[in-house]
Design a binder for this molecule. Structure first.
Ligand SMILES: [Mg+2]
Length: 273
């Protein structure tokens, strides 16, 4: 096997746990990429496992299952791990039973509730920690409330993901990391981020499914989140050039993926050759 630059990638034949980014890696918006279904079938055929690891906290796992099933992907809740789940696990561990001031989409808030997190969206001195998700239902009232919380109370402040932008069909819209900057300009406070590039989500999935670092590979289209999370977790990484990263951004980056493939079609054809 050979990657985009001709580097020997035979070691990919030994991988069993494939941790996928979604947007820009296996689909764009609602359009599945050519090669995605073949790659997932290949993973099934070798007795492997695929999990979609997403920083996007605006959608629930149920919404993701529906979305990928509509594209013909076989998936259930065990095939997903989101930054909302990771943030809930972080809150339970570090702030057990504390009331959380949460800002995010309705779907995000519902998911937090299902995961056993007590939350409020009102500015109140009863909350003990602040959690911000990627909120594509954001309005000025929500921004004002979180600024009030950060100004009046010196609380721990976490956010689901540091992504600056989220890819959509026409280009990009601002993501959680950009909103964090708006809020920092107003309050001087900046959150601790939970999702990629932190290794937390990858480590959790490897541990819970019982795979070693050697058996695991992370695939994504972004260097500063997907690839960085794999590097931080000490596992093999594949950058695909079907989303955000280009050959130019790759050249400018100090963090380099283990392998580079043009897209999942080229990768699966190489794996099956
Ligand atoms: Mg992506």
């Amino acid at each position: 096997m050979q990657d985009y630059f001709g580097k020997n990638s035979d070691s990919l034949k030994d991988k069993k746990l494939f941790l996928f980014d979604m947007d820009g890696t296996i689909y764009m918006d609602n359009d599945i990429f050519d090669g995605t279904l073949d790659l997932l079938d290949y993973i099934d055929s070798i007795g492997g496992k695929y999990v979609f690891i997403t920083n996007n906290s605006s959608k629930s796992v149920d919404a993701y299952i529906q979305k990928v099933r509509n594209m013909g992907i076989k998936a259930n809740e065990l095939n997903f791990y989101t930054s909302t789940q990771a943030s809930a696990a972080y809150l339970k561990k570090n702030y057990p039973d504390q009331l959380v001031f949460a800002m995010g989409t309705k779907s995000f808030l519902d998911e937090l509730g299902k995961l056993g997190i007590k939350y409020t969206t009102e500015a109140t001195d009863k909350a003990k920690v602040i959690l911000m998700g990627y909120d594509n239902e954001l309005n000025y009232e929500k921004l004002t409330n979180i600024c009030k919380m950060l100004t009046f109370y010196d609380l721990p402040y976490i956010a689901t993901n540091p992504d600056l932008v989220c890819p959509v069909s026409f280009g990009y819209v601002p993501d959680c990391g950009s909103v964090a900057t708006i809020i920092k300009n107003a309050t001087g406070k900046y959150p601790i981020f939970i999702g990629k590039p932190e290794p937390t989500m990858i480590e959790f999935v490897m541990d819970s499914l019982g795979y070693s670092k050697q058996e695991t590979v992370v695939l994504g289209d972004r260097i500063y989140t997907d690839i960085a999370s794999g590097l931080n977790a000490g596992v093999c990484t594949i950058l695909v050039l079907s989303g955000e990263a280009t050959l130019k951004t790759l050249e400018e980056e100090s963090r380099q993926p283990t392998f580079v493939y043009e897209n999942v079609r080229v990768l699966v054809d190489d794996l099956k050759r």
